[in-house]
Design a protein around this ligand. Structure first.
Ligand code: SAM
Length: 239
């Protein structure tokens, strides 16, 4: 469970909201049971459940240890929004694998169109999916999903990473070559929608500093490509 600073008082943690339902009804926890919480900033907290008071649970911290759930490299997954629930699948599985953050993009061939209000509502849901995935996979923090950006917004985001890997099925260097001068502290992977990127987009991305990368001769689905990339990158960086 991720706890936020408002829930703290010395060694006591007051749990409220959905987590109480999960602890008491789903996990059927009782006083004396132990639970591992996380402060969301890289510290795990081993705690004991002391009391259940209506819709609140009181925990006492027994031990603090550095969280082992965070990888050495921070990978941002930038993806042209795919249709249906595929993006939610990427958020969930990407969090399990170790993504540091997610950047939804509207590209030329994106089928999904979102206005501001709808995007905010979706983002709340996306963040909830990520939080649940982070809890179940014992991450040390909850990866943020950033606001949806257009193509220019994506180009601007390139500057905050050591390297931008632009997954391009029409040609690029092999992934192991793109990672050969690592290890990196931060990477961004950019993946296209169902119809792929246009050649203009690929050219603009290259000009903005991205490195076109091929994942081999087989064309992966837009929800498979980021997960394959993440797995390879995290493996190459130790864990
Ligand atoms: N039509 C399928 C679909 O509906 O999912 C395939 C979509 S593929 C064009 C989507 C994106 O995955 C591409 O824009 C690219 O970013 C990435 N991708 C898929 N296969 C790739 C490969 N072999 N090399 C590099 N990138 C790849």
């Amino acid at each position: 469970y991720f706890v936020n600073p408002r829930q703290w008082d010395g060694d006591q943690i007051l749990v409220e909201g959905d987590d109480v339902h999960h602890m008491t009804r789903v996990m059927r926890m009782r006083p004396g049971d132990r639970v591992v919480c996380c402060d969301g900033e890289g510290t795990d907290l081993l705690a004991v459940l002391e009391d259940v008071k209506g819709d609140r649970v009181l925990l006492r911290v027994l031990e603090r240890t550095p969280s082992r759930g965070e990888p050495a490299v921070a990978v941002t997954v930038a993806q042209a929004l795919p249709k249906g629930d595929k993006w939610e699948w990427v958020l969930q599985k990407g969090t399990e694998l170790g993504a540091a953050s997610f950047l939804p993009v509207l590209s030329d061939r994106s089928v999904v169109k979102l206005d501001g209000k709808k995007a905010d509502k979706k983002r709340e849901r996306w963040q909830k999916i990520i939080k649940e995935a982070a809890e179940q996979s014992h991450r040390g923090c909850v990866p943020p999903v950033q606001p949806v950006v257009d193509w220019d917004g994506l180009m601007q985001a390139f500057s905050v990473c050591d390297r931008v890997i632009f997954a391009y099925e029409k040609g690029g260097v092999p992934l192991n070559q793109a990672l050969a001068d690592g290890p990196f502290q931060s990477l961004m992977i950019v993946v296209g929608p169902e119809g792929g990127f246009t050649s203009e987009e690929a050219e603009q991305a290259r000009t903005a500093g991205a490195l076109p990368v091929s994942l081999g001769p087989r064309i992966l689905r837009s929800e498979t490509a980021p997960l394959a990339l993440l797995s390879c990158i995290l493996y190459s960086h130790g864990e």
